[in-house]
Ligand binder design. Structure first.
Ligand code: 5GP
Ligand code: MN
Length: 345
């Protein structure tokens, strides 16, 4: 099976020329970077380094601890920790590649620095409705599993498969795996498995990657899961929707660290007939409630996120935030569920 080309001939030559002309390249991804954001950044960095480029990955804020094992992750700079230094690196870049987002707002505090930079900007993403002004080249593929998949296919089109290292392959595999919940959703296109088999020729243990990401709970994290499921889960629309909240006080009680909320919102969907799960969590840094939505089949989380939670995302996985307390946020969630009651079936 041949991978179908993602970029047209013109797009490919523009991208090639841009890369050829750039010496200093900055790669950035969205705030609260997930496996796909970090994986695509490190995977692309790996490839660009084989071309002799000076590459720096700059992310707005840190990623969860369970991604720290990823090869190359110790070289990532975090904007919120070293604002001046990061701004200088961004200012001096010839090329900025934006990965896994296509709305400048998703960079939050880093957005001004990136938008102001004189560098040429290339966007590679798989979200809906890209802001075409974000870069001079915006390559957005909403039907792909992940940005890592897009990056891999573009690297192949650029003729870079052979030079991609094992470390780079590990990073790209990781993002494909995390954005599809370990290949349990958004992952039925046969090409995905063609890509996996190509990546595996680089010689890594994919089962170990799964354990590194999904089986690294602390005991506190395991107990937090029990607490949420037993005491905090609220059900609506005859068991077709659920909502839970997580406050800062509760996070402290379970010695919460960054990443501990990851995956919790998926769990209520294990209930037969459950179509929608909403998590409302107090942000640890800012006075907002972070919202995560997950759904099954054709229930449009992204529409609900846009309409009720100042956010967006994919059909089955979206997010947003609300600028008021948890108690109010629950009411918003209830209103959202009421408004979509018919679609919940
Ligand atoms: P999570 O629930 O894992 O934070 O986010 C799930 C998905 O929702 C992300 O992959 C992203 O596509 C989208 N998303 C999360 N937060 C936001 C947000 O604040 N704004 C927008 N537009 N999309 C978001
Ligand atoms: Mn993604």
């Amino acid at each position: 099976m041949e991978l179908s080309p993602l970029l047209s001939g013109n797009q490919l030559s523009s991208l090639m020329q841009t890369i050829r002309q750039s010496k200093r390249i900055v790669i950035c991804a969205h705030r609260s970077p997930d496996g796909d954001a970090v994986g695509s950044s490190l995977g692309l960095a790996d490839y660009l380094q084989t071309l002799g480029k000076q590459v720096q990955v700059v992310l707005p804020n840190p990623f969860p601890d369970f991604l720290r094992w990823m090869p190359g992750s110790h070289l990532v700079q975090f904007y919120i920790h070293h604002e001046r230094q990061a701004t200088r690196i961004i200012d001096q870049a010839d090329l900025i590649v934006c990965l896994d987002f296509s709305q400048p707002g998703r960079l939050q505090e880093m957005s001004v620095a990136v938008q102001r930079a004189k560098a040429e900007k290339v966007v590679i993403d798989h979200h809906l409705d890209p802001d075409l002004k974000l870069g001079s080249q915006v390559y957005c593929f909403p039907n792909l599993s992940s940005t890592c998949e897009a990056v891999f296919r573009i690297i192949c089109q650029l003729g870079g498969f052979d030079s991609l290292s094992k470390a780079g392959a590990i990073c790209l595999y990781t993002g494909m795996m995390t954005d599809t919940g370990g290949f349990t959703y958004n992952s039925s296109r046969p090409e995905i498995f063609e890509i996996i088999s190509m990546l595996l020729t680089k010689g890594f243990d994919k089962d170990k990657i799964y354990r590194n990401v999904f089986h690294v709970f602390s005991i506190d994290r395991l107990r937090l899961t029990g607490y949420i499921l037993y005491e905090k889960l609220l059900f609506f629309a005859q068991g077709k929707a659920s909502v839970f909240t997580l406050s800062r006080e509760e996070m402290q009680r379970f010695h919460f660290i960054r990443g501990d909320a990851e995956g919790l919102v998926n769990m209520p969907l294990q209930v037969k007939g459950m179509r929608l799960s909403i998590s409302l969590r107090e942000d640890t840094e800012r006075d907002v409630v972070r919202v995560s939505l997950r759904s099954t089949d054709d229930f449009p989380c992204n529409r609900m996120a846009e309409e009720f939670f100042n956010g967006g995302g994919h059909l089955n996985a979206s997010g947003g935030e609300l600028p008021f307390p948890l108690s109010e946020a629950v009411k918003t969630a209830e209103r959202a569920i009421e408004a979509y009651r018919e679609m919940l079936g």
